[in-house]
Design a protein around this ligand. Structure first.
Ligand SMILES: CC(C)(COP(=O)(O)OP(=O)(O)OC[C@H]1O[C@@H](n2cnc3c(N)ncnc32)[C@H](O)[C@@H]1OP(=O)(O)O)[C@@H](O)C(=O)NCCC(=O)NCCS
Length: 186
């Protein structure tokens, strides 16, 4: 697949801004994602999340973008770009057939203020307008109520439960599947 382009100008609504990750973000990024809530819902491995895992992921992000597989963003305070509120990505969920997936997480200090909702709205608009995506998919664990609320707030439709969908933390996990189609964004 062709590379995924960097949004130009950067995606922002004046409150959050989405920019590429930088090596200098690694300590703050690690501290944010190492939050027990993120690990509970977004760390799929049984082994503990370490700085080496994060560095390996960081080093694969640009090659993955160039392969057209995934584009990751630091979600930062638009007024203070060094303040990292979380992360988000758009990934290939069947791109050749017009489908992409979207994911997000927030650092503890950024919860409960609409940062994830704002981020998801920016990403969905960009994916439909600039990537010509025909269907955006969002998946999460059945017990991840906060994430499901973010999805519903942005107009995603809950399609159902995928049983025993993915390997997760030493077992297998069910997944709730949501989708959004062009013109459905809120
Ligand atoms: C999922 C996750 C990002 C949701 O975070 P969140 O803080 O609940 O989401 P938002 O930033 O959109 O904030 C929403 C809350 O802020 C409030 N809020 C304040 N201003 C708001 C605004 N302008 N717009 C929307 N919501 C606003 C809402 O009322 C809402 O509160 P409520 O949930 O009590 O109704 C967070 O729980 C997280 O990082 N979890 C761990 C990682 C994870 O699960 N990622 C998703 C994997 S599928």
């Amino acid at each position: 697949m062709p590379p995924l382009p960097h949004p130009d100008p950067a995606l922002t609504d004046g409150v959050v801004l989405l920019r590429p990750w930088r090596e200098s973000d690694l300590p703050q990024r690690f501290a944010g994602f190492a939050d027990p809530l993120c690990l509970r819902f977004s760390w799929p491995l049984e082994e503990p999340f370490t700085e080496q895992h994060l560095r390996a992921r960081f080093e694969d992000e640009e090659p993955a973008r160039l392969r057209g597989e995934e584009i990751g963003f630091a979600v930062v305070n638009a007024a203070e770009p060094a303040d990292i509120r979380g992360g988000a990505s758009i990934y290939d969920a069947g791109r050749s057939e017009g489908r992409m997936g979207v994911g997000y997480w927030l650092a503890p200090h950024a919860h409960g203020r609409g940062n994830a909702t704002r981020t998801l709205r920016l990403l969905t608009r960009w994916a439909f307008d600039e990537l010509a995506v025909e269907r955006l998919e969002l998946t999460c664990g059945p017990d991840n109520i906060a994430s499901q609320q973010v999805a519903l707030r942005c107009g995603f439709v809950r399609e159902g439960l995928l049983r025993s969908h993915i390997p997760f933390q030493g077992g297998r996990r069910d997944t709730v599947l949501f989708s959004l189609l062009p013109g459905e964004s809120e």
